[in-house]
Design a protein around this ligand. Structure first.
Ligand SMILES: Cc1ncc(COP(=O)(O)O)c(C=O)c1O
Length: 389
């Protein structure tokens, strides 16, 4: 059968020569192959709320099955505007300043495609979420890396200052941060605000973990800071908030001038997003108490995870937010992080992500990332295995 498959024999000049299959797909496949507990990829192993699933069913039966408007269903944009007003005191115009996207990944890609010209520089912070660099590279932009150093992965603002040049077009930030679970403070936001003041730098703020900030800390959205909000495209994702990563529905907020440019690209990248999901989410978003219970849910899981591993040979790094826990394993093995997670998966039945995959040069600091967005039973089983190492 394989012999009849067509194959392309001409040379291909790749636009992304460095990019292979993402480590998330690789580790999930390895976990499946070895029947390991998958704490690698960032998704919950428990289902979305039943009520949300019913609302989706109702939305399809009520006939919301044709193209939604390009910017998103008005009812969902209204619910988003209401949310950010209530949580962050931010006012965004429903018609001109909010767009529903097919996931945060698409929103970030679209923001970059809309605003970055060939040769423009875009500053990101390494370890960095894997989609940012390729999004910039595909537009012919140059990715400039600032560093977040372990153990606490705080930004070094003097370094960021030194990286800014007249070609800097954009800074992409992400707090709470994947993979490290660090959360930026009000002081960080003030530093960023001061650095970009009087420049033409646009900020893309990836806030997909906005509701997972622990220990009573306040989430410092760029929306709380007028000097940042005026130049920011803010991205959040329903996937993280409602346990529906497979729905791929997210949104972007920006001042109308920036949003007009964003939409020019959005309409040709995806045009419009799955309509019934939007109707269901708009109805579900009104539910009181969701964000608080989500925070409590994940803080509880983080505490169980840390408590169990505190007596192990893993060294726990701080985790102030997200559903990821990073650890050092130097007391267990001197293998590289990729080799270590592969062996962990094969021999001990728990899959994790090597943090070197979040660095452009694959820098290996002996740190791996576990996702604790898993049921109590899954976590218990995984922890039982990990504490024995
Ligand atoms: C920091 C960060 N940004 C964006 C995304 C992608 O979100 P979505 O699934 O909505 O595209 C993820 C998913 O893991 C993420 O961790």
């Amino acid at each position: 059968m394989l012999g009849n498959m067509p194959s392309y024999t001409r040379p291909i000049s790749s636009r992304l020569p460095q990019v292979g299959t993402t480590i998330f797909s690789v580790m999930s496949a390895l976990a499946q192959q070895h029947g390991a507990i998958n704490l690698s990829q960032g998704f919950p192993d428990f289902d979305a709320p039943a009520e949300l699933l019913s609302l989706l069913d109702q939305a399809t039966r009520a006939g919301h099955n044709q193209y939604a408007p390009m910017a998103g269903m008005p009812v969902l944009r209204e619910a988003i505007a209401h949310k950010v007003q209530a949580l962050y005191g931010a006012s965004y115009d429903v018609d001109a300043e909010i767009t529903v996207t097919a996931g945060a990944t698409q929103a970030i890609f679209t923001a970059v495609a809309a605003l970055v010209h060939p040769g423009d520089e875009v500053i990101v912070f390494a370890p960095v979420y894997d989609s940012y660099g390729p999004s910039v590279a595909l537009q012919g932009g140059k990715v400039v890396y600032a560093t977040l150093a372990d153990p606490d992965y705080r930004p070094d603002w003097a370094q960021v200052d030194a990286l800014i040049t007249p070609r800097t077009r954009m800074i992409i930030i992400n707090s709470p941060h994947n993979p490290t679970g660090s959360v930026w403070t009000a002081e960080d936001m003030a530093q960023l605000e001061a650095l970009v003041k009087d420049t033409d730098i646009v900020i893309v703020s990836d806030e997909v973990y906005e509701h997972m900030v622990f220990d009573g800390a306040r989430f410092e959205s760029v929306m709380r800071y007028p000097g940042l909000a005026e130049r920011s495209l803010v991205v959040s994702s329903f996937g993280k908030t409602y346990h529906i990563t497979g729905w791929k529905v997210a949104y972007c907020l920006a001042p109308r001038e920036l949003m007009a440019e964003f939409r020019k690209a959005h309409q040709f990248i995806v045009f419009t997003v799955h309509a019934p999901s939007q109707v269901a989410l708009a109805q579900f978003m009104g539910k009181p108490g969701w964000y608080e219970q989500l925070k409590a849910l994940y803080q509880g899981k983080r505490d169980i995870f840390r408590q169990a591993l505190s007596g192990s040979r893993f060294e726990l790094l701080p985790c102030q937010g997200t559903y990821f826990q990073c650890v050092k394993y130097g007391a267990i093995s001197d293998e590289g992080d990729r080799a270590f997670v592969e062996r962990l998966t094969r021999e001990h039945g728990v899959a994790a992500i090597p943090v070197s995959s979040f660095y452009p040069g694959g820098d290996d600091h002996g740190v791996i990332r576990f996702c604790f967005a898993k049921s109590a039973a899954t976590l218990e089983q995984a922890l039982e295995r990990l504490v024995k190492l």
